[in-house]
Design a protein around this ligand. Structure first.
Ligand code: PXG
Length: 300
């Protein structure tokens, strides 16, 4: 269990980790975040996550109060101080900080960095074996020209509504469409489908986050001889796919077996999904920034 949260430039016991009611992260969702995982004592693709965090910051004109190297150190230190040895989920938040009740962030002089680490499993274990059910939800994924889905902003209401609509409809996850009706992603996961040994995932311009898990799966699939195509597809293509799965830091790789009452193939998780899930599980324990030295690993 985690005990220490990094906030206001120091580690604070989690009961005492508090922010101001004047923080624009709270008042307006003005800020950004990243979700990262540690596997086998290594923080997976930390650099990529931090680069995406800095890109999100640049896009919303937010100054991250640390360099990328300093942030790397603080993330590693958060794992060490909480004595996480193997698995953990890490949340980085940078909010605009304290201001007044106006929208203008000009008066927010101190962006706030918060790092929290916890155990997190998005779906219960049996769903990774059985597969999940998705439904298309009425809310559309926000348009890239209005609020870019590439910005991991603290304003996640679009994604929250997608998730709520799916669970209220009795499904595990939302199949989300962009305003033109093309498949975008899940509520917080990228989507892949496999048809005749070709793997398809929507390009990010359709309205999906360029997921770090997504990119890892594309690499792993190509190394294993799959053709991977980043191209738009519709619900019909999902219904008639041989296999469908979702990817994300929180979700990892989860098979999808039913979409809008249609079974995907025979309604059980596919063997290529299984191959890629295993490849991903192998990759994550050997790739990443080590939190402990070899000597510490042996001592621990
Ligand atoms: N799409 C969106 C909209 C996301 O927020 C992903 C795809 C997957 O990207 P990565 O880089 O993680 O492979 C995300 C990331 C949740 C939750 O509880 C999900 C994310 C962030 C925070 C919480 O489902 N998703």
């Amino acid at each position: 269990m985690s005990r220490w949260v990094f906030i206001d430039g120091e580690f604070v016991e989690k009961e005492h980790a508090k922010i101001s009611v004047y923080d624009h992260g709270l008042l307006y969702g003005d800020g950004i975040f990243e979700g990262i995982r540690m596997y086998g004592g290594n923080v997976f693709r930390l650099r990529e996550h931090l680069e995406r965090l800095f890109d999100s910051a640049k896009s919303i004109l937010l100054e991250v109060p640390y360099t990328i190297e300093e942030l790397e150190q603080i993330v590693v230190e958060t794992m060490r101080i909480n004595e996480f040895k193997d698995q953990a989920y890490i949340r980085i938040v940078v909010s605009r900080g304290v201001g007044d009740l106006g929208l203008d962030p000009a008066k927010c002089h101190h962006p706030q960095l918060i790092i929290i680490a916890e155990q997190l499993a998005l779906f219960s274990n049996d769903l990774y074996d059985k597969g999940i059910e998705m439904v298309t939800v009425p809310t559309r994924r926000s348009r890239p020209d209005i609020l870019s889905p590439k910005v991991k902003s603290l304003n996640y209401l679009n994604n929250i509504l997608l998730k709520v609509e799916a669970t209220k409809a009795g499904a595990d996850e939302a199949l989300t469409l962009n305003t033109e009706g093309y498949v975008a992603e899940g509520s917080g996961q990228n989507i892949f489908l496999l048809k005749n040994r070709v793997l398809y995932t929507p390009p990010s311009y359709v309205g999906a986050l360029e997921g770090i898990t997504r990119n890892a799966i594309i690499e792993l699939a190509r190394e294993r001889g799959y053709t991977v195509k980043e191209e738009p597809f519709t619900r019909h293509d999902v219904f008639v796919a041989d296999e469908v799965f979702l990817t994300g830091t929180a979700a990892e790789v989860v098979p999808v077996v039913k979409v809008d009452s249609r079974d995907i193939a025979d309604g059980t998780p596919g063997k290529h999904t299984h191959t890629l899930l295993n490849a991903f599980r192998e990759l994550v324990v050997r790739d990443g920034v080590p939190v402990y030295t070899n000597a510490e690993n042996h001592a621990g």
